[in-house]
Design a protein around this ligand. Structure first.
Ligand SMILES: [Zn+2]
Ligand SMILES: [Zn+2]
Length: 355
């Protein structure tokens, strides 16, 4: 079974053959069909997030077909198509019961090892840059047979994280103004979340002209190139004093600060980007005192079993863009090249596909 493995920062990911176990209690074995290439994966490689446990089998955004079910799995059978949720959800803990299964308390998603090579354990949660994966059944959302998994895999992370941050977490009201800092895979989905929410103005901020073009295609009403103009000042001009909502979708404290600075009193800044390990965010206390809020949005505050099917419906009705998110399909052997494309801003999303 071929898999992408991370050993240490600033070293290219290695593609190698691993052995995979049969699924244990509550687990399923999957054939992965499509896996989106997300910045969060590269964050280990460039050291933005520290990954202590290695070797680490990579990938988190994906979809596949159930091959075998472990003991105790009753909701899935071989042949079922599933989109992996980023978070396993038990359905009965406090956060699941309150409607926040993305923060399920029963499944902390600690690293496990169901993959080995020459007796050496390889660690993972539920990797997707693999021909086959092991996942908790509680992390699998069964989807209709006709679902194109090589596209729908993006719902697993990019689509739900972006749209969910706007619709589920911030609950942007009709007519509100919003800004999105960072127009990668998640940011573009925050923009189309703004379209779904009928936001009055959707301001896209990025430094890469190609991403700003994509942002316009996804529904941004105003484009701000942060290399050429001060985004905070421009957002204040466009909105007449500050946006109602600003989403930070890159993952840097300095941009969180800009997001806060660009919302009006009573406005809300939302942290969506994965922040560097161990770094603090500084805000001016008076900004908060003036009825501003700074909130986080974990994986689009998703109820995956409901929201994934909702997003598939919207896609089938032409109300959200999925095809336009995928700039390129690549085989697993080209994962490092796909990371390069992402880092150079040449793609919206690459998808790794398996024969
Ligand atoms: Zn992701
Ligand atoms: Zn739970």
């Amino acid at each position: 079974m071929k898999a992408a493995v991370f050993y240490q920062t600033n070293v290219p990911v290695s593609i190698e053959e691993l052995e995979i176990e049969a699924p244990r209690e509550g687990e399923v074995l999957l054939d992965i069909v499509g896996a989106g290439v997300c910045h969060s994966d590269y964050h280990f490689v460039d050291g933005h997030i520290k990954r202590e446990v290695t070797p680490w089998v990579m990938g988190h955004e994906g979809a596949g077909v159930v091959v075998e079910t472990g003991p105790g799995v009753t909701n899935l059978t071989p042949g079922d198509k599933v989109i992996l949720s980023l978070d396993a959800m038990c359905g009965y803990c406090r956060t699941c019961s309150q409607g926040s299964p993305a923060l399920c308390e029963t499944h902390p998603d600690l690293p496990v090892s169901r993959m080995q090579k020459n007796g050496q354990p390889f660690y993972h949660v539920r990797p997707t840059f693999v021909e086959q994966s092991i996942a908790l059944a509680d992390a699998c959302v069964k989807v209709p047979r006709e679902t194109p998994l090589e596209k729908a895999c993006l719902i697993s992370c990019a689509v739900i994280t972006g749209i969910g941050a706007v619709v589920n977490r911030a609950k942007v009201e009709t007519g509100a103004t919003m800004a999105v800092f960072g127009c990668g895979g998640v940011g573009l989905n925050a923009i189309q979340g703004g379209v779904l929410a009928s936001a009055g103005k959707i301001i896209a901020v990025d430094k890469v002209p190609y991403k700003l073009e994509l942002a316009e295609q996804f529904g941004a009403t105003h484009l701000v190139n942060a290399d050429k103009e001060d985004p905070v000042q421009r957002i204040k001009e466009i909105t007449g004093g500050g946006a109602d909502y600003a989403f930070e979708v890159v993952g840097f404290p300095v941009l969180v600060r800009q997001a806060i600075d660009s919302v009006r009193p009573t406005g809300t800044a939302v942290v969506v980007g994965v922040q560097p390990t161990g770094e603090d965010i500084y805000v001016d206390g008076w900004d908060l005192l003036h009825d501003r809020a700074l909130i986080g949005g974990w994986h689009g505050a998703a109820t995956a079993r409901v929201d994934f099917l909702w997003l598939l419906d919207l896609y089938n009705q032409g109300k959200i863009k999925l095809d336009e998110l995928i700039s390129r399909y690549r085989p697993l052997d080209e994962l490092n090249e796909a990371f390069d494309d992402m880092n150079q801003g040449r793609v919206a999303r690459s998808v790794i596909v398996f024969d």
